[in-house]
Design a protein around this ligand. Structure first.
Ligand SMILES: [Zn+2]
Length: 110
């Protein structure tokens, strides 16, 4: 049973060490690190991107967390793309995703 929790940091010291390590990373590396943690990978930023100009992020939040640009996402499903284009809330669960997809098909069929 213990092996299942092997990757979870055990102490607050470890958590703090990880946090400071992340804070010292380049913004793009921070995004890459976060993406890996959630089991996905990101593409290299598009050098000709109109949003980030090849940086891979469009800005930073007050907390210092970089805002990832859409050009580094490997693929977007319809709902995510719609939400991004409309600058709307990205669906967080099945119910919101279905609601979003319903609206997407409504707009396409118009
Ligand atoms: Zn970009």
């Amino acid at each position: 049973m213990q092996e299942e929790y092997a990757e979870v940091p055990q102490s607050t010291a470890e958590v703090e060490a990880e946090a400071s390590a992340i804070a010292n990373m380049e913004p793009l590396e921070q995004i890459r690190y976060a993406a890996k943690k959630f089991g996905s990978d990101i593409k290299d930023p598009d050098k000709n991107c109109n949003y980030c100009y090849g940086r891979g992020y469009t800005g930073k939040r007050k907390s210092g967390e970089p805002i990832a640009c859409k050009c580094i996402y490997p693929e977007m499903n319809e709902a995510t793309k719609f939400a991004y284009d409309q600058r709307q809330q990205v669906p967080r669960n099945r119910r919101e995703r279905r609601y979003m997809l319903k609206n997407v098909s409504k707009m396409i069929n118009k």
